[in-house]
Design a protein around this ligand. Structure first.
Ligand code: ADP
Length: 271
């Protein structure tokens, strides 16, 4: 929907000012429908563990009451659903916090080597648990970026956890970090941090939708690994706030590479 307003200066025909104001109403309508989709999705995501828990409670109060083995099983299942809901709420909070600050780029100078190592260390135990090798090839003195250490570490942890969760058993997940080539997508001095896995890959048509909230290629697989469907949306918003960009490349049967490009901070002038 576009409305056009024409302004003219009638008394000075030679000096006519023509201003066209395009009021595009589509974004507002789309934004409204996205918000209601989001609320519907969140409600659905919360309702399914609650439905499961209420079923387990009923079973525990009924037939499983006097069966210690069944009780242990149902309590374990209930615990898993509670973890699922807790992860969902914590991802929703992270998303809303990072979105609220999106317009203000962080100003703190940040040591990227330390930030990447922090993320890799956090992902090590998951890699061990899932039997995956985690390899790092990080340039020793990466340029300084401007950013929030915990936010950027969170973005990298999300990429690492996905690479670990969605890749082949005994596969290797590789993290590389280096100065990006001049023709990088940011078209300015940047650092590129890539997370590569040996998974089954992602069909090309799915790639553009991966950073949408709650979009999953394989719902049951995401559920099995404890995914909330918000991980890549969080990564995207963190990178947007840092004026960075995420690229996703994938080859079916070979694996995927998620690359975060971050602008390098301007050198500090000494007074
Ligand atoms: P989730 O919590 O489901 O992992 P994400 O937003 O992190 O949510 O990812 C969205 C979906 O993208 C995942 O459900 C999965 O289908 C797909 N995906 C993400 N990373 C990978 C990867 N490294 N390999 C294959 N598929 C992936």
């Amino acid at each position: 929907l576009v409305s056009v307003k024409t302004l003219t200066a009638p008394d000075q025909a030679s000096d006519t000012t023509l201003a066209l104001t395009f009021i595009d109403q589509t974004p507002l309508r789309v934004a409204k429908s996205m918000r209601s989709d989001f609320v519907a999705n969140v409600s659905h995501e919360i309702r399914s563990p609650l439905t499961a828990i209420s079923g387990f409670v009923e079973t525990l109060q009924g037939e499983a009451q006097n069966d210690p083995e069944a009780r242990a099983l149902f309590l374990d299942l209930m615990g898993k659903e509670v973890v699922r809901m807790t992860n969902l709420v914590s991802d929703l909070l992270s998303l809303s916090k990072v979105e609220a600050k999106e317009s203000r780029a962080p100003k703190n100078r940040l040591n990227l080597n330390q930030t990447i190592l922090q993320a890799v260390e956090s992902a090590t135990s998951l890699a061990r648990k899932r039997g995956k090798n985690l390899e790092c090839q990080i340039e020793p003195s990466l340029p300084t970026a401007l950013g929030k250490r915990d936010h950027l570490a969170r973005a990298l942890i999300n990429l690492l956890e996905n690479a670990i969760n969605y890749s082949r058993e005994d596969g290797t997940v590789t993290v590389t970090a280096q100065v990006a080539p001049a023709d990088n997508p940011l078209k300015r001095d940047a650092v590129m941090i890539a997370v590569r896995d040996q998974g089954e890959g992602i069909p090309a048509r799915e790639i553009p939708r991966l950073t949408e909230r709650f979009y999953r290629v394989d719902k049951s697989r995401s559920r099995n690994v404890g995914g909330t469907g918000l991980g890549l949306a969080i990564v995207k918003h963190i990178l947007v706030r840092h004026r960075g960009i995420l690229t996703i490349e994938s080859t079916l049967g070979e694996g995927s590479t998620f690359t975060a490009y971050l602008p390098v901070a301007a050198p500090q002038h000494k007074n």
